[in-house]
Design a protein around this ligand. Structure first.
Ligand SMILES: [Mg+2]
Length: 142
C-alpha cells in the first residue's frame, strides 16, 4: 500500500481528499502546514509521496518543498495548485517536484500520479541499494 502525506491548510479539503484516497488503497496521513508536514515525515519514514498545496499561510508550498527535498531527497512531491499559482507550481518542478495538478483535481489522475511517484521512488531506492552492494563487493575485491 502506498503511503501518502497530504498537505493543505484547508482542513475539510484534507479530510475529504484523504477519505477518497483511502478508498483507492492508499495509506494517507494529513498535515495542515509545512512545519507539520516536516514533522510527519520525520516521524514516519514509510511516507513515499507528498501531495503538497502551493498556497499556505506561513511556510508556503515552495518553502516546504525545499525543506522536504533537503531532508528527504528520495520522497516524491506532487504540487497542488489553483489557477493563480500555476507559475509557482512550475517553479516547484524546477526544485524537484515530480509534477503538479490543478485544483480541483480529478481523483483518477491524482491516484495515477501518486502511483507513478511511488514507483519512481522505489526504483530509485533499488538502484541505490544495488550500487551500494556493488561498491561493497568492489572494496572486498569479490
Ligand atoms: Mg491553500
Amino acid at each position: 500500500m502506498t503511503k501518502v502525506l497530504l498537505v493543505d491548510d484547508e482542513g475539510p479539503f484534507v479530510d475529504a481528499l484523504s477519505r477518497r484516497l483511502a478508498k483507492r488503497e492508499m495509506d494517507v496521513v494529513g498535515a495542515l502546514s509545512g512545519p507539520e508536514a516536516l514533522q510527519k515525515l520525520q516521524e514516519d519514514h514509510r511516507i513515499e509521496v507528498v501531495i503538497l498545496d502551493v498556497k499556505m499561510p506561513g511556510m508556503d508550498g515552495i518553502q516546504t518543498l525545499k525543506a522536504i527535498k533537503a531532508e528527504h531527497p528520495l520522497v516524491e512531491v506532487i504540487m497542488l495548485t489553483g489557477h493563480a499559482t500555476v507559475e509557482t507550481a512550475i517553479d516547484g518542478m524546477k526544485l524537484g517536484a515530480l509534477d503538479y495538478l490543478m485544483k480541483p483535481c480529478d481523483i483518477d489522475v491524482l491516484v495515477a500520479k501518486v502511483q507513478e511517484a511511488a514507483s519512481k521512488k522505489r526504483k530509485h531506492e533499488d538502484k541505490i541499494a544495488e550500487a551500494r552492494a556493488q561498491s561493497i563487493a568492489l572494496r572486498r575485491g569479490d
